[in-house]
Design a protein around this ligand. Structure first.
Ligand code: HEM
Length: 575
């Protein structure tokens, strides 16, 4: 009775918006569905597709990337509502609507749905209003041009070490982990000022050891925690520690160890700040420094702006937001280039043109970043960000108290009622047939080309502007059509940081090395039977499957299936 009454009430709220809607049996965000999904899903999947095609994909939050534009095609519109007894959710991939949602400062974030990130304390990403503005204001000064200079040079140094490790046989088994070690190092070295290049060398070799009384290294604690994030979020540490499962106990250790590392970082910054003579320091302040400073009483005696849990929560969220996304994007770029040798060579020709014989230790942000980003390097990065949206959905929220907030579509005004969650679907936007027409060869629907056709649609050439409106040589997409970093007042704080890091790592890896797909016969006996395909075309098909079926969204989008590739010094392969 409650369900029917709620559904009726929500239907009348939905009708009042004038937007098309789809009725769902439950809310994708509600506890009943989240708890019963493992049991119900196999039953629902067994029903004829024609019964479920319109609504079931909307209940599969983690499949958003795989579904791409399809749910919108089925719903017959780029903006629609999903109505259930649990509430009303707006789905959009309409550029004009997304831009309005990003720019309208009356809209907030559904902070109550994002508390998942608050495992060490409140965070910038899962708070709203004055609180998130405060965190942004405190940490924004870190993202200065001085920081970008350091990040560029540091990534070239670190990327050089990664290139050496990747050239070892069978390194592809650990490709994503090695990329994550590099990006965690960059973050730790520049955001946290807490690591050196020697530390990275040891981590990449696997020679790093826990320090002092720690039971895990910092990197091990971060990676283990991320592997077991939901377990740690849902099950109290006390239970995890006494669980018979080894994985549970490891998860509890990772959580405790990382908590200790974050506390130590905070303590060390507090000690440094008490000794520091500000005028003598010309280094960009680190994220922990900015946060810790706000957690101390001011010199004039006014109280601290942040509580200790706010300091720790936010140090953690920068570690999370700043390394996973970059590591996953770099991995996608490497695998895409292995599938496209011709594109790889075109990008390397641009690297040779821009960098010439200048040794990597003389590459600088001021001289090289812009030319690289306006070349094939920028085109490849943008195209990878378009196809592999590491955050496939960006949530917005009409506050529960207050008036409806209207969106306008083709001149028609649609008032969104209070308490409406809005999902800007980046994955569907980036596959919208009008904004991003598929490349001709990707019209291939043979069984080998799997939804969402990410590999066959990879086309960096589309970013190279030959005619028309050009922004520094690369295509400048209309607002709302290319949104990997979101936009507006809650857009990614680390966008520039991420692009600088990606640019420098792609440049250093591919200036010195090439990557190719491995096939059987040309290799020694170090690969297990069945791992390698017989021909390049078969290897390409496997890679394409891995980059569709083998892609998973949990904390962010990543490839979980191994793709056999080999890095070789460029001198040894034809240019
Ligand atoms: C390829 C790399 C990256 C991508 C695609 C990406 C994407 C995004 C997106 C889409 C958001 C908005 C999320 C939302 O509204 O729910 C976001 C927020 C954020 N990102 Fe990134 N990001 C990347 C790298 C980074 C890096 C390197 C840092 C820091 C060093 C960073 C720090 C943040 C922070 C602090 C926020 C929260 C902003 C707020 O809530 O006000 N990101 N990112």
């Amino acid at each position: 009775a409650w369900c029917l009454a709620s559904l009726r009430a929500n239907l009348s709220r939905a009708r009042a918006t004038g937007l098309p809607y789809v009725i769902l049996p439950c809310s994708v965000l509600g506890a009943p569905w989240l708890l019963t999904q493992p049991v119900l899903l196999p039953l629902l999947a067994a029903l004829p597709e024609s019964w479920t095609a319109k609504w079931l994909p909307l209940l599969l939050f983690n499949d958003g990337w795989h579904n791409g534009y399809e749910p919108f095609q089925r719903a017959g519109g780029d903006t629609f509502l999903a109505v259930s007894p649990g509430g009303v959710i707006l789905y959009t991939c309409h550029a004009e609507v997304s831009s309005q949602l990003f720019r309208d400062t009356r809209l907030g974030k559904p902070a109550h749905l994002m508390s998942l990130l608050n495992i060490f304390g409140p965070t910038i990403t899962s708070t709203d209003g004055a609180e998130s503005r405060l965190y942004r204001r405190i940490t924004a000064p870190f993202f200065s041009e001085a920081t970008m200079r350091d990040v560029f040079v540091g990534t070239v140094q670190g990327g050089g070490q990664l290139a050496q490790v990747l050239r070892q046989p069978a390194a592809h088994h650990h490709l994503r982990d090695l990329a994550a070690k590099l990006s965690l190092h960059i973050l730790n070295r520049f955001c946290n000022q807490a690591e050196t290049l020697e530390d990275l060398a040891m981590t990449l070799r696997g020679d790093d050891k826990p320090q002092g009384t720690h039971r895990m290294t910092y990197a091990e604690a971060v990676f283990t925690l991320l592997e077991n994030y939901m377990t740690i979020f849902l099950i109290p540490s006390k239970l995890l520690r006494s669980s018979p499962s080894h994985t549970h106990r490891q998860a509890a250790t990772a959580y405790a160890e990382l908590g200790r590392y974050l506390q130590e970082m905070k303590g060390q910054k507090e000690a440094e700040l008490q000794q520091k003579v500000p005028a003598l320091s010309n280094k960009p302040e680190s994220i922990p420094e900015l946060l810790v400073q706000s957690g101390l009483p001011a010199k004039d005696g006014s109280p601290a702006v942040l509580r200790p849990d706010q300091v720790i929560g936010n140090i953690w969220v920068f570690v999370l937001a700043g390394h996973e996304t970059n590591a996953n994007t770099l991995t996608f770029i490497i695998l895409l280039l292995a599938c496209y040798p011709v594109t790889q060579r075109a990008m390397q020709a641009d690297l040779d043109r821009i960098l010439g014989d200048t040794p990597p230790d003389q590459w600088t942000y001021d001289t090289h970043y812009n030319p690289l980003m306006n070349s094939f390097v920028g085109a490849v990065i943008n195209e990878a960000l378009r196809l592999f949206t590491v955050l496939p959905v960006i949530p917005k929220y009409v506050p529960p108290t207050g008036p409806p907030i209207s969106i306008t579509i083709d001149g028609h005004v649609h008032p969104l009622p209070p308490d409406t969650v809005a999902f800007v679907n980046t994955s569907a936007t980036h596959r919208h047939p009008q904004y991003w027409p598929r490349r001709e060869s990707s019209e291939d629907t043979t069984p080998r080309a799997k939804r969402p056709f990410a590999v066959s649609d990879f086309n960096p050439e589309r970013w190279i502007q030959k005619t028309g409106v050009a922004k520094h040589g690369l295509l400048s997409p209309p607002p709302g059509t290319f949104i990997p970093f979101s936009e507006g007042s809650r857009g990614c704080l680390g966008e520039r940081f991420a692009l600088v890091e990606l640019c420098a790592s792609v440049a250093v890896l591919f200036k010195s090395s090439s990557v190719r797909l491995l096939t059987r016969g040309e290799e020694g006996g170090e690969y297990p039977e069945g791992e390698l395909a017989d021909t390049w075309e078969a290897a390409r098909d496997r890679a394409e499957l891995a980059l569709s079926e083998g892609v998973k969204f949990d904390m962010s989008l990543r490839v979980v299936r191994n793709v056999p590739v080999r890095f070789e010094a460029r001198d040894s392969v034809s240019r």
